[in-house]
Design a protein around this ligand. Structure first.
Ligand code: KG4
Ligand code: ZN
Length: 345
């Protein structure tokens, strides 16, 4: 089966082509194209939804053409598209495009939950090594969630953020420090020159598997205001101190979940999984505690269509389909992720 994956939930227009075969499951990623919109949104210090949708409309047809150039559009056997959660205008571009193409070519299509895509992104990198059950940490610009994964498609939500997502916290901290958008990569880079113990910031305090990062953001704002004007070294110290608190918190909660459910496999995914300190510290504790921790490669950690083609492809192989009446949905109930995903026949 040759699956075309389409992802337009936020500020990346992405198209992938994945060849899959069932029993035993085998796949080959033929194309993985991503057109970032950072240039569109950077001047505003954050994503402007209307501009995001317009850029998706401009870019998506050309990307699909490019991705299918070698194999030929007529040889695509199914389409997987992100249908939730995300910016509804952006999602609608991908969903409408996928439906029209599926209808015209008389091939099945399926709506995929963006977070289920992130969750399974590590499988694209090391499919034969990853074992179940897993504890999965999704850390992106829009979500922070811990899940227990029994097998593909069987997810139990353990806890998530009560306010800002981890990536959002990185973006907001960067904005306060005048570092631009998106903030994660630049905070990561600047932190390497800073001292993580130089600025005392409050550790988030939320019961069990919950997260909260908005207090940390406020603390940075107050402290940065007090120390103004900030020189380069102080900015680096802010980045390192902030990052350390977030990384420690994410690792502590994930390890607690792994301990509680006696899970030896951990997957960490979403844009914040690119963070170098998070990767380093997770690798360290994994070694000490004899756990296996999997990260997707950085390109598979941030938004991409390969993960959508993979998840959608597996459902399509199992005979599942979405109806042409499928709508884009901005929010999903994470506690019902596996079930909410089940497309109606
Ligand atoms: O998964 P993603 O591409 O989009 C969403 O689904 O939200 O994640 C984007 C988020 C942004 O908030 C960005 O600042 C963050 O991932 N990010 C990072 C790093 N690279 C991207 N955060 C921390 N360190 C990084 N190296
Ligand atoms: Zn994402």
């Amino acid at each position: 089966m040759l699956v075309l994956g389409i992802e337009t939930s936020c500020d990346e227009t992405a198209v992938a082509l994945l060849e899959l075969q069932p029993r035993p499951l085998k796949f080959k990623l033929l194309e993985n194209l991503i057109a970032s919109q950072h240039d569109v949104h950077t001047p505003y210090g954050g994503i402007v939804p209307e501009l995001a949708s317009r850029r998706h409309i401009e870019v998506l047809p050309a990307l699909v053409k490019e991705a299918t150039k070698k194999v030929g559009l007529k040889n695509i056997s199914g389409i997987a598209v992100t249908s939730s959660p995300g910016l509804v205008g952006s999602l609608l571009v991908g969903v409408s495009f996928a439906k029209a193409l599926a209808f015209a070519r008389k091939i099945p299509f399926i709506g995929v939950n963006h977070l289920e895509g992130h969750l399974n992104a590590p499988c694209l990198i090391e499919p034969n090594k990853i074992r179940y059950p897993q504890i999965a940490l999704i850390v992106s610009g829009g979500h922070t969630a811990l899940l227990r994964v029994k097998k593909f498609g069987d997810y139990k939500f353990l806890g998530g953020t009560h306010d800002d997502a981890a990536g959002e916290a990185f973006d907001k901290a960067a904005k306060i420090l005048g570092l631009g958008y998106p903030g994660g990569p630049v905070v990561d880079k600047r932190a390497q020159l800073g001292d993580p113990s130089s600025i005392v910031l409050p550790k988030p305090k939320v019961a069990e598997f919950g997260f909260s990062f908005s207090g940390l953001k406020t603390a940075i704002r107050v402290e940065a205001e007090r120390r103004k004007p900030l020189n380069e070294q102080t900015i680096a110290n802010f980045c390192a101190s902030f990052q350390e608190v977030v990384v420690d918190n994410l690792i502590e909660k994930t390890l607690a979940a792994a301990g509680k459910f006696r899970c030896k496999t951990i997957v960490v995914t979403g844009g914040v999984a690119c963070n170098s300190r998070l990767r380093k510290q997770f690798a360290k504790v994994a070694k000490a505690k004899k756990l296996q921790v999997f990260f997707p490669t950085p390109i598979m950690s941030t938004d991409n269509a390969a993960m959508i083609a993979y998840v959608g492809g597996r459902y399509l192989l199992a005979g599942k389909r979405s109806p042409l009446s499928l709508n884009a949905t901005a929010n999903v109930d994470l506690t019902r992720m596996g079930i909410a995903l089940e497309p109606r026949r």
